[in-house]
Design a protein around this ligand. Structure first.
Ligand SMILES: [Zn+2]
Length: 243
């Protein structure tokens, strides 16, 4: 059962906290996902997964964070990026508040690579300064799951962006967010120094697709969500034992 915080009064929140509830929040992005997929793709995906996890643990689902750290695609129109410090501060503020509100822990479902460092920094500070547990889920077992469901292979060996995986989940969760007639495969050549130097995606991929979204389907999206729910729950179950 999901407890959506938007439906709770403070007294109900308080009761759930007294019963040991855990907070769950999705962190996504508002950034280019090719000509066919919603700017909010990562937010839609992470929130879909956060809902499933909250359901499993009867957690309190907090309103999603729809913006992330999107420096690498910041020159695409429509991308709205947070400074990493902003995201760290935002997550810290939320975590401190849920701690104050009595929730046992916070689980962050992250849907975007660029968010990992800023969120991790916030979680570390919560641990060292507040002794508060924050779990971050970054699509555990992504490569194995993608291999078992996708017909296409990822760009650059392990780069999933506006591809079969992401497009499928948006088709399943929010079909209005995909225009399949505009989907096209793209397997750009990565610059040798990608990852070592600060390279904007647009310099080697002006379209913004990595992989083959034409193979996407809502049915695959459902399978992805089911598989990620299981891979996440292994970690969540373990995490709960430590609380
Ligand atoms: Zn994405």
């Amino acid at each position: 059962m999901i407890h959506y915080s938007e439906k709770l009064s403070w007294t109900e929140f308080h009761e759930l906290a007294n019963e040991g509830a855990i907070g769950v929040i999705a962190v996504g992005a508002h950034e280019e996902h090719g000509p066919h997929c919603s700017l909010l793709t990562d937010t839609i995906i992470s929130n879909a997964l956060a809902e499933r996890i909250a359901d499993r643990i009867s957690g309190i689902l907090l309103p999603k964070i729809s913006y992330g750290e999107s420096w690498s695609v910041n020159d695409f129109p429509g991308t709205i990026t947070l400074e990493p410090e902003t995201l760290t501060a935002l997550v810290l503020d939320i975590a401190r508040s849920v701690k104050k509100g009595g929730l046992r822990a916070l689980i962050i479902v992250n849907g975007h690579y660029g968010n990992m460092s800023p969120i991790t920094l916030a979680a570390r500070r919560m641990r060292s300064e507040e002794n508060y547990p924050v779990l971050i889920l970054n699509f555990p077992e992504l490569e194995t799951i993608a291999k078992s469901i996708c017909e296409s292979s990822p760009a650059g060996g392990m780069f999933y962006h506006a591809d079969e995986f992401e497009t499928s989940i948006v088709l399943a969760e929010y079909p209005e967010g995909v225009k399949m007639e505009k989907a096209q495969p793209d397997y750009p050549e990565f610059p040798p120094a990608y990852g070592e130097t600060q390279v904007l995606i647009s310099s080697f991929n002006p379209v913004g697709v990595f992989g083959d979204p034409t193979k996407a389907s809502a049915e695959k999206g459902e399978r992805f969500l089911a598989a990620f729910t299981e891979s996440c729950m292994k970690i969540v179950n373990d995490f709960q034992k430590t609380l």
